[in-house]
Ligand binder design. Structure first.
Ligand SMILES: NC(=O)c1ccc[n+]([C@@H]2O[C@H](COP(=O)([O-])OP(=O)(O)OC[C@H]3O[C@@H](n4cnc5c(N)ncnc54)[C@H](OP(=O)(O)O)[C@@H]3O)[C@@H](O)[C@H]2O)c1
Length: 378
């Protein structure tokens, strides 16, 4: 048995407002190179960077408990299995046959896996009980990298799929307004709406480059730079959705966007509350006024519209089917996907901040660098 050095990012402060580099600390700890009985040891290759991480850093109630101070920052990761605690075979004890090959038998050493409880660290040791959070990745199709299982074939792709189809209830020809349209979730929603459901798609994004990418790649019909539109965002959306307004709003950002969207609903519109990233760094301990909500929610009544939130995990039983559908969309060229990769585990904070300053286009991913794997000289 040898020893490995595990490089980890720990949460050491609960951020106030935007997370700071000093809210995290990078540490190195020695771990065994063998796997726990019935479990596996994973060498991480890619770590998912998600807006939800901001919620897990605070101690407010959410759909998952907060990350404890001093713990490894929670994250989904993909990686390669480097040790298995599965001692394949039957052995006999007290004349009773015991199958010692356990939950680890579904994966073999060398296989790529996705782990929902991986954390921001170079090695993940999974106990037998933790094996329910591990999924072996299928044979990669041409042009698909393992990190796609963190994005278009992972949580953000599934969020787009279920949020749009199940909550948005699209019909052919609907006018669909998507915020964060150049992001991981928004870009998939926009493409399903335009290319699969034949809707007319209006997308908002925070730079001219992103808007150009959206129109050049035929991801949306109209792209609006919400930073340029500023206070006239509602009017710009009205012109783009003229004359009937929008049938579906798929909102990733909340705040002023949501208010502008509610001013432009068609009769019977569906507003899908996927997220509200513009509000995630609002902190009532800094100012009680920081959360911005829609003052014009009565438009929902006037337009006989509905507004519904959802959490992708509620569709867990249908993931396999949805991943199959998304894979087909990719294979037949109807769904393109883009990743924004930051390399080096020490750059976790930089990678996280791309979500809040809008640097990322497509799925934000932290790639573990070969330099992050240090040999233990014992
Ligand atoms: N309900 C669910 O189950 C579920 C699951 C996964 C994700 N989500 C939510 O889905 C949303 C998108 O997540 P993602 O992982 O796909 O992230 P993403 O869209 O790839 O990245 C976040 C984007 O948000 C935009 N943004 C940041 N601050 C903003 C602000 N103040 N106003 C407007 N836009 C802002 C930035 O783009 P610009 O350059 O355009 O500003 C940034 O690129 C998030 O709200 C997330 O919490 C929900």
């Amino acid at each position: 048995m040898t020893t490995l050095i595990n490089t980890r990012v720990l949460l050491v402060n609960r951020p106030r407002g935007k997370p700071k580099a000093s809210d995290f600390c990078i540490d190195q700890t020695l771990i065994s190179s063998s796997a726990p009985a019935g479990g596996i040891l994973i060498q991480t290759t890619h770590i998912s960077i998600d807006p939800a991480m901001r919620g897990w850093m605070s101690d407010a109630k959410s759909y998952l408990p907060p990350v404890k101070l001093g713990d490894v920052m929670r994250a989904t990761c993909v990686g390669v299995v480097i040790a298995s605690g599965c001692r394949a075979g039957i052995h006999s004890s007290n004349n009773i046959s015991v199958n010692t090959c356990n939950k680890a038998e579904n994966v073999r050493v060398g296989q790529m896996v996705k782990c929902d409880v991986g954390g921001v660290q170079t090695y993940v040791s999974i106990s037998e009980d933790g094996m329910r959070h591990v999924k072996p990745l299928p044979q990669m199709a041409h042009g698909i990298s393992p990190s796609a299982y963190l994005g278009v074939l992972g949580t953000t792709g599934l969020t787009a799929y279920f949020g749009f189809y199940r909550v948005g209830l699209p019909k052919e020809g609907d006018a669909v307004l998507v915020s964060g349209a150049a992001g991981a979730t928004g870009s998939v929603v926009a493409q399903i709406a335009k290319r699969i459901m034949k809707c007319r798609v209006i997308g908002t994004a925070g730079s001219d480059e992103k808007c150009k990418w959206l129109t050049d790649n035929d991801i949306v019909d109209v792209a609006i730079n919400y930073k340029v539109a500023g206070k006239s965002l509602s009017r710009v959306i009205r012109e783009a959705a003229y004359p009937k307004g929008v049938n579906i709003v798929f909102d990733n950002v909340g705040g002023p966007f949501l208010e502008a969207a509610l001013s432009n609903l068609a009769l019977g519109a569906r507003v899908v509350l996927c997220g509200a990233i513009s509000q995630y760094n609002s902190d009532s301990s800094i100012s009680p006024q920081t959360i911005t909500g829609p003052r014009n929610y009565m438009n929902l009544l006037v337009k006989r519209a509905s507004m519904k939130g959802f959490v992708v995990f509620d569709y867990r039983k249908e993931y396999r089917h949805a991943i199959g559908e998304l894979s087909k969309y990719i294979a037949n060229g109807r769904l393109i996907h883009s990743e924004y990769v930051v390399e080096g585990i020490e750059n976790f904070h930089t990678a996280l901040m791309t979500l809040f300053d809008g640097t990322n286009r497509g799925k934000a991913v932290l790639k573990v660098s070969p330099k992050n794997f240090i040999k233990a000289n014992l």
